[in-house]
Design a binder for this molecule. Structure first.
Ligand code: CDP
Length: 210
């Protein structure tokens, strides 16, 4: 059983996915982490993604990529670079394949998986039993991200965060391959208010559909 959660940057997909995974004892895969890790490796190895041969060789040597979370993959520099690198066709094919392998493997020990990203319900797991699409205005997302960074003791300027979010939304929605779209049959979850409100919407959907 697959549950897909898609939505724009900073819309709270991960928190919702974690909640569902814990409640129903499902495996949670954060597809954004795969894109972030590959971006980190591309930058570290100075791979020129505009050169098809370079990227092909890099992916062939890499073979697998871990979905393990790391706070260094959440920095604004990696976030910005990731949405650029996520436009690349070879990279997307590679990550899609990795997701399929991870899910297949996890379904041996879990009864289902919750996967969050941008193109999960629309492209990677079109057969998902439940498809959620998370919405929150860019301003609220920027405010939350700004608060989080300040709490972590990092420097943050609200206007810069908002600009970054708007730019990433644009890049994710306008890219040619697998853009951020609302999947057919997806159910909207409005994550603008507090988490309790969001969870009550999520529970209503799950109780009806599971
Ligand atoms: O946490 P946040 O929502 O800001 O981002 P993320 O889910 O970690 O994803 C980082 C970036 O990876 C996004 O801006 C997308 O460009 C890309 N991504 C994607 O293209 N497709 C996915 N399924 C997941 C992420």
């Amino acid at each position: 059983m697959i549950i897909s959660i898609d939505g724009p940057s900073g819309s709270g997909k991960e928190k919702i996915a974690k909640y569902i995974a814990k409640k129903y004892k499902l495996y949670h895969l954060d597809s954004g982490m795969l894109y972030r890790r590959i971006t980190f490796l591309i930058l570290k190895n100075k791979i020129d993604i505009n050169k098809k041969n370079h990227i092909k060789k890099f992916l062939k040597d890499l073979k697998h990529i871990s979905a393990k979370k790391h706070k260094n993959l959440r920095t604004e520099i990696i976030s910005k670079a990731t949405s650029k690198i996520a436009k690349n066709k070879e990279i997307r094919n590679f990550i899609n394949y990795q997701q399929k392998i991870i899910v297949k493997d996890m379904l041996k020990s879990y009864k289902g998986c919750v996967i969050d990203g941008r193109d999960i319900g629309s492209n990677v797991f079109k057969n998902a039993k439940i498809k959620l699409f998370i919405t929150v205005s860019a301003k609220i997302r920027a405010k939350r991200r700004h608060k989080q960074l300040i709490e972590q003791g990092e420097k943050s300027i609200y206007s810069r965060i908002l600009k970054g979010i708007i730019l990433r939304d644009k890049t994710d929605k306008k890219r040619e391959i697998s853009p951020l779209v609302v999947p057919i049959n997806a159910i909207y979850i409005d994550n603008s208010l507090d988490f309790k409100n969001t969870i009550s919407q999520v529970n209503q959907v799950l109780e009806k559909k599971l």
